[in-house]
Every structure is written in structure tokens, then in C-alpha cells.
Design a protein around this ligand. Structure first.
Ligand SMILES: Nc1nc2c(ncn2[C@@H]2O[C@H](COP(=O)(O)OP(=O)(O)O)[C@@H](O)[C@H]2O)c(=O)[nH]1
Ligand SMILES: [Mg+2]
Ligand SMILES: [Zn+2]
Length: 313
């Protein structure tokens, strides 16, 4: 009989599958076909799989992988053109943002949002460390929230340190699969530890380059939080931006997407074209200038791999 579970950890050939209240160790047997994919891992964390128990207790074999609704991918750096799936079937991507210690730049936020839109993942902006914000920071936070809420991105303000508004996070998690991203030091690991003190994951202020280096060899692991799952992502490098055509970039900025039909040219890129509805909206202050600047930055610098690396995308 086939059972359906969700892969919470994959370590090469063995998979830990969450099934009802148990964790079942599964293996893959024989050749496993993943049509149209050239990934180093045929099954990823977050995959729903069908498996059968074997005679030996607590051993099981994966027989089926269910279609993915989305996935986060990391390109291999070697020449094999293979890629590694970090996580699959993500309901929400929490982007942890801090206005200080460290500063999260809006360029980073907007690149991340574009990557989410392009990969069919719903992002949620989680502003952390509100305990250290002075009145000036709070003003900035207010303005930022307004910009992003106006284009329908959900925003939450929390303090992991002072346990503020964590109930909002818990309500969002519910029975969902969530990835947590953000610059090094914004509190990703601290949040996970707060949500489940049993985890006792190591927090630190390690440098970004060190963190990226460390993560290139490890696999993403999901943690069960209530009925949901949460993944502390090993970086979001290669999270899809390089596959976006310039002409399509506007599709991933919601405020531009909806205006495009009013531009003179139906393939308007909102850059050099006349009678552009996006530019009119900018002049009338209907859309955010900051977002438009970031749009131009992505539009013109997309080929610059080093710059993308700098942003960790
Ligand atoms: N003041 C303050 N510090 C925090 C908060 N959340 C995390 N930190 C601290 O920020 C540092 C980095 O946290 P960590 O969880 O390792 O960040 P990560 O790199 O995103 O996993 C640690 O020293 C945490 O104690 C918060 O809400 N307020
Ligand atoms: Mg961490
Ligand atoms: Zn236009």
C-alpha cells in the first residue's frame, strides 16, 4: 500500500519522510525517472512522495514523486549544467529584513521579490529587530511597509529577541511549507529557535562569504513547527533571476504588470519608450520611484554576474 509523506531531509541516497506523526527513513530503488529535469538530486526537501513500507520495520521505499508546484533551485558551478533543488512545494518565502544591524537594502528586497514572482512563490516581508529601531528607523519602516503593502505584499514586524508579534508568524505557518531567507545576521536561525526551542540551532554573526561557503555542501533541512514546515535556506544564490528575459522583467513588478496594457507599445519595457503608462504613473506619484530605480538596476545590470553575486541572488 502506498503512503503519502513529505521529504524533510535528503542526504544523498537516504530520505527522511514525515508521515503522520512519524519520521520514516526511505530509500530510492532502481532507476528513478525525473522527466525533463537535469538535477543532481531527483528528490528534494519539500517533495511529496509515495512510499511503501518494507517487511523490515521502519524501512521504506519511495515509489512515486508528486508534481511540484514550485521549487527553489541552485545552479551548479561546474560545467555539467546541472542544478540542485534546494526545496520544493513552497507556500511562502519569508524574507527577513532588518533596517539596521545589518541594513537590508531595498535593491536586495526587490531582487528577491522578482525571484519569488518568477518562481511562483508567495513572499512575505518580515521586518525583524524592531526592538532596536529608534523613531527615525520607525519612520523608514512605515514608509517601506506602505510601498510594499500598496502592491499587495504582506508585511509583518517582529522582534525575535523580545518575542514581539511572533503569534503572527505562527498563524502564517499553520500547515504550510515555508522557506526563510535574508542576509546573514537578520535573525533567521534565531527565529527558528524561538519557534521551536528544541532545535537549538547555532546562531552567530558569521560573515556572508563564510556562510555561503559553508552552505554549498549542505542540504536544506525542514523543521516541523506545529502542522507546518520551515526551512532555513542555505542562501538563495541562483534563485532564478538569470533566466528572466529583459522584456519579461516588468511582469514581476506587480505595479508595472497591471499598467502595461495602458502603455502605447504592448511590449513596452518602461525604459525608453514614449507614452509609457508606468512613467506617467511615476510622474503622478502613483507608483514608487524607489521600486522603479531598482527595476532599472535589474534591467540594465542583469548580465553582470558579479553584481548578482554581491546581492546573494
Ligand atoms: N536586537 C535583536 N537582535 C536579534 C533579533 N533577532 C536576532 N538577533 C541577533 O542577531 C544576530 C544574528 O542572528 P542569527 O539568527 O544568527 O541570524 P541569521 O544569520 O539570519 O541566521 C544574533 O546575535 C541574534 O541574537 C532581534 O529581534 N533583535
Ligand atoms: Mg543562520
Ligand atoms: Zn511602459
Amino acid at each position: 500500500m502506498m503512503n503519502k509523506g513529505i521529504v524533510i531531509k535528503s542526504t544523498g541516497s537516504r530520505y527522511l519522510v514525515s508521515y503522520e506523526e512519524d519520521i520514516v527513513e526511505c530509500v530510492l530503488r532502481g532507476k528513478f525517472k525525473t522527466k525533463g529535469f537535469r538535477h543532481t538530486n531527483p528528490i528534494a526537501t519539500g517533495d511529496y512522495v509515495g512510499f511503501e513500507f518494507q517487511k523490515e520495520h521502519n524501512k521504506a521505499v519511495i515509489k512515486k514523486i508528486y508534481p511540484r508546484k514550485n521549487f527553489l533551485i541552485r545552479k551548479s558551478t561546474n560545467l555539467s549544467k546541472q542544478s540542485h533543488i534546494i526545496a520544493a512545494n513552497i507556500d511562502y518565502a519569508f524574507l527577513l529584513i532588518t533596517l539596521k544591524k545589518p541594513v537590508t537594502y531595498t535593491m536586495f528586497i526587490d531582487r528577491y521579490l522578482v525571484a519569488c514572482e518568477a518562481n511562483n512563490i508567495v513572499p512575505i516581508l518580515v521586518f525583524n529587530k524592531i526592538d532596536i529601531y529608534n523613531s527615525e528607523d520607525k519612520k523608514v519602516l512605515f514608509v517601506l511597509r506602505k510601498i510594499y503593502e500598496n502592491i499587495n505584499y504582506k508585511c509583518v514586524e517582529i522582534s525575535v529577541k523580545e518575542n514581539k508579534n511572533i503569534n503572527e508568524i505562527i498563524e502564517l505557518i499553520e500547515d504550510k511549507t515555508i522557506v526563510v531567507s535574508g542576509n546573514s545576521g537578520v535573525g533567521k536561525t534565531s527565529l527558528l529557535n524561538l519557534l521551536d526551542p528544541k532545535l537549538k540551532l547555532k546562531t552567530s554573526e558569521i560573515s556572508e562569504s563564510h556562510e555561503q561557503g559553508k552552505h554549498t555542501t549542505t542540504f536544506a533541512e525542514m523543521h516541523k513547527i506545529g502542522r507546518g514546515f520551515i526551512i532555513d535556506t542555505p542562501g538563495i544564490k541562483g534563485f532564478g533571476l538569470q533566466n528572466i528575459e529583459k522584456e519579461d522583467l516588468g511582469e514581476y513588478f506587480p505595479e508595472m504588470k497591471f499598467l502595461k496594457e495602458y502603455c502605447k507599445f504592448n511590449n513596452c519595457t518602461h525604459t525608453h519608450e514614449p507614452e509609457c503608462a508606468v512613467k506617467t504613473a511615476l510622474e503622478n506619484k502613483k507608483i514608487s520611484k524607489m521600486r522603479y530605480k531598482n527595476y532599472l538596476n535589474i534591467f540594465y545590470d542583469d548580465d553582470d554576474k558579479h553584481r548578482l553575486d554581491k546581492y546573494g541572488i
